[in-house]
Design a protein around this ligand. Structure first.
Ligand SMILES: [Zn+2]
Length: 226
């Protein structure tokens, strides 16, 4: 599992495909998840961000990892870190490798640091792989309920009966919250078509999957045509 520091840095800062994610490298993707999700740190500009809710989890993870990278960069180079964590990370990797090449640093130090970079990567991958729940505004074809009360006591909540769970690399699953009274359960693209037919709405499986990545708000409603 342990590769070189250069490989670990590349996996985080350069590679454009990681697990189910493709597009920008992981560190940039996380940065974008923070920037695109709220008013904070954007310095205004008057754009409307109301459709994409602020994602505090993304911000916390980004600040933690970017902060650790900045500290590591400063410790290795004594230079002032830039505002770009990707740049800091790569410069830090080169600086450590150069120190080893000069004989100023033991090779083993790189192994320890590469494990550290891999942990950052793992944390970002699991952030993007969080399961997402998308509510469907339709009547459950099994039990006939549109909304159900879930939870207990003070926590009692009125929620839509049907919801879809999206997990990276897994089949879509639609279920009914009316447990244990109802056993409504649909799996895979086929299941979505079947459910869509039963409730008279179009469930676009591809659109649902994309929503996992672009809509951090878990209670986003799918398109309903009744
Ligand atoms: Zn049901």
């Amino acid at each position: 599992m342990t590769g070189t520091l250069a490989e670990a840095v590349e996996a985080l800062a350069v590679q454009t495909v990681a697990g189910e994610q493709s597009g920008e490298p992981l560190l940039r993707s996380l940065e974008q998840a923070v920037r695109s999700s709220g008013e904070r740190g954007t310095g205004g500009g008057g754009q409307k961000h109301t459709r994409v809710p602020f994602d505090p989890e993304a911000l916390q993870l980004f600040e933690d990892i970017a902060g650790q990278i900045a500290t590591a960069f400063h410790a290795a180079t004594l230079a002032r870190p830039t505002a770009d964590p990707t740049w800091n990370l790569m410069a830090w990797g080169y600086a450590l490798q150069a120190a080893v090449d000069r004989g100023d640093l033991e090779e083993i130090a790189l192994v320890v640091q590469s494990e550290r970079v891999q942990r950052w990567r793992d944390r970002i991958v699991s952030f993007f792989d969080r399961p997402k729940v998308i509510d469907l505004q339709a009547v459950c074809p099994v039990c006939g309920e549109r909304r159900v009360l879930v939870g207990e006591g003070e926590q009692l909540e009125d929620r839509p009966a049907l919801f879809v769970t999206v997990r990276a690399g897994a089949e879509l699953v639609a279920e009914c919250r009316n447990r244990p009274a109802c056993d409504g359960y649909w799996e895979g693209d086929r299941g979505m078509v079947e459910l869509g037919r039963a409730v008279g709405m179009a469930i676009d499986a591809d659109a649902v999957r994309v929503a996992r990545v672009t809509a951090p708000e878990p209670s986003d409603s799918a398109e309903a045509h009744s």
